[in-house]
Design a protein around this ligand. Structure first.
Ligand code: PMP
Length: 358
C-alpha cells in the first residue's frame, strides 16, 4: 500500500508547493470579509428554476443567460462566455493563452494562484504609492517579458481604487498579448468601465461577475471579448460548466434591475458613510474606494482583526501581504455602524495600552 509520502510524490511539482485556497468558515454574527452584497434579492424566481428537468444536462452554451447579459452589456451574445464564477474564466484564459502572466501587486490573488497551478510564469509589478499602476514599470515589463496575458482589476481588489484609464489604454496598446480588465467591482465605480472599448481593441477581454451584485451563491460570471477570443475560450471551457439552476436563476435574477440598482446605490452611499467614519478614528489610515469594500491601515492589524472577531465581526486581514492593512466589506447600515463602534473602542483601548507601556 502506498504511504503518504509516495502519494505526495505523484503530485506535479508546481502543485505540491501550493497551499489550498483558504476560504475557511469562521463563525461570526457580522460577516464583512467576502465582498458579497449584504442584501439578498428576492429569490422567488428560484422556484421556476427548481421546476427544470434535472435529469438533463444544462444548456452547454448558456444561451438564455448570454442573451440576458448581452442586453445589459450592450454587446452581442457571441461576445460572451459564462463561467462558474469569473474565477473559472480566469482559469480558462490562462489555460488558453498561457504565460507569462503579468499583473500589478497587490491585486486579486487568483491571477497568481491559477497561473501557478497551470505551471505558467507570473510577473507581479508593484503598484505606485497611490496604489495606481506604475506606468513606466508596467510598460518596461511588457517590453522585456512579452506577457501573453495581463490582468488589471479595476477597481482593484484589495486596494479599492480604479486604475488611471489612460495608463490602462497605454498598456492595451503596448501589449502584444491579451489584456484582461477585471471589472468585478465596476457596478460600484463612478466611471463607465471598458465595455465600450471592446470594439476598438481586439486584444481586450472584460471580466464581470454576478457575485458582487447579490448573487454570489449562484457562482456565475462572464467574460466579454471579440467572437474570435470567445471561440478559443470555448475550446477550453468544460462542456456543462454553469449548472441548470444557476443559469435559470441568473436569467430571472438579472431581471430585477430596479432592485439591483437600488442596492448598488445603497452600498455606494454606505461606503461613503463608512469611509468618513473610518477617517474619523484616530490611528487609522483609510484609502478611498470605488468598490464595495474599503482598505484601511492600523498600527496593529492582527490585534484589531482578532478583537473585532471576539465581538462577532469578521473582516479580512491582509497584513501578511500589505503591511498593517485590513479590508472591510460594506455591509448594511446596522452592520457598518456596529463595525465602526467596535473599531473605535478597540483602537482607543489600544492607544491607552500603548501609552501605559511607553
Ligand atoms: N475578480 C476579482 C477582482 C475578485 O475580487 C473576485 C472575487 N473575489 C473575482 C474576480 C471572482 O469572482 P467570482 O468567481 O465570484 O465571479
Amino acid at each position: 500500500m502506498m504511504n503518504e509520502k509516495q502519494l505526495k510524490n505523484l503530485v506535479k511539482n508546481n502543485i505540491r508547493q501550493l497551499k489550498p485556497y483558504s476560504a475557511k468558515e469562521i463563525k461570526c454574527s457580522i460577516k464583512l470579509d467576502g465582498n458579497e452584497s449584504p442584501y439578498a434579492l428576492s429569490s422567488a424566481f428560484v422556484k421556476k428554476a427548481l421546476s427544470l428537468p434535472l435529469n438533463r444536462y444544462p444548456d452547454p452554451e448558456a444561451k438564455a443567460l448570454r442573451k440576458e447579459i448581452s442586453k445589459d452589456a450592450g454587446i452581442t451574445p457571441d461576445m460572451i462566455i459564462c463561467g462558474n464564477g469569473s474565477d473559472e474564466l480566469i482559469s480558462c484564459l490562462i489555460a488558453t493563452f498561457g504565460g507569462p502572466v503579468l499583473y500589478p501587486v497587490p491585486t486579486f490573488s487568483m491571477y497568481s494562484i491559477i497561473s501557478r497551478t497551470l505551471d505558467e510564469e507570473c510577473i507581479g509589478i508593484p503598484l505606485n504609492a497611490e496604489f495606481d499602476l506604475d506606468e513606466d514599470k508596467m510598460l518596461q515589463a511588457i517590453k522585456k517579458s512579452r506577457p501573453k496575458l495581463i490582468f488589471l482589476s479595476t477597481p482593484n481588489n484589495p486596494t479599492g481604487n480604479c486604475f488611471s484609464s489612460d495608463v490602462i489604454l497605454k498598456i492595451i496598446r503596448a501589449s502584444k498579448g491579451i489584456v484582461v480588465v477585471d471589472e468585478a467591482y465596476q457596478p460600484f465605480a463612478s466611471d463607465r468601465g471598458f465595455m465600450p472599448m471592446l470594439k476598438d481593441f481586439p486584444n481586450l477581454v472584460i471580466l464581470r461577475t454576478l457575485s458582487k451584485i447579490g448573487f454570489a451563491g449562484l457562482r456565475t460570471g462572464y467574460a466579454a471579448a471579440s467572437p474570435v477570443i470567445i471561440n478559443e475560450l470555448n475550446k477550453v471551457r468544460l462542456p456543462y460548466n454553469v449548472n441548470s439552476l444557476s443559469q435559470a436563476s441568473a436569467v430571472e435574477g438579472l431581471k430585477q434591475k430596479k432592485e439591483i440598482r437600488l442596492n448598488i446605490k445603497k452600498i455606494v452611499s454606505e461606503r461613503e458613510r463608512l469611509f468618513n467614519g473610518l477617517c474619523s478614528i484616530s490611528g487609522i489610515e483609510t484609502f478611498p474606494s470605488e468598490a464595495n469594500f474599503i482598505l484601511f491601515k492600523t498600527r496593529s492589524a492582527d490585534a484589531v482583526y482578532s478583537n473585532l472577531l471576539k465581538r462577532g465581526i469578521l473582516i479580512k486581514n491582509l497584513s501578511s501581504s500589505i503591511k498593517g492593512c485590513l479590508r472591510v466589506t460594506v455591509g448594511t447600515e446596522k452592520e457598518n455602524t456596529a463595525f465602526l463602534k467596535a473599531l473605535g473602542i478597540i483602537t482607543k483601548n489600544q492607544s491607552a495600552k500603548n501609552r501605559q507601556e511607553a
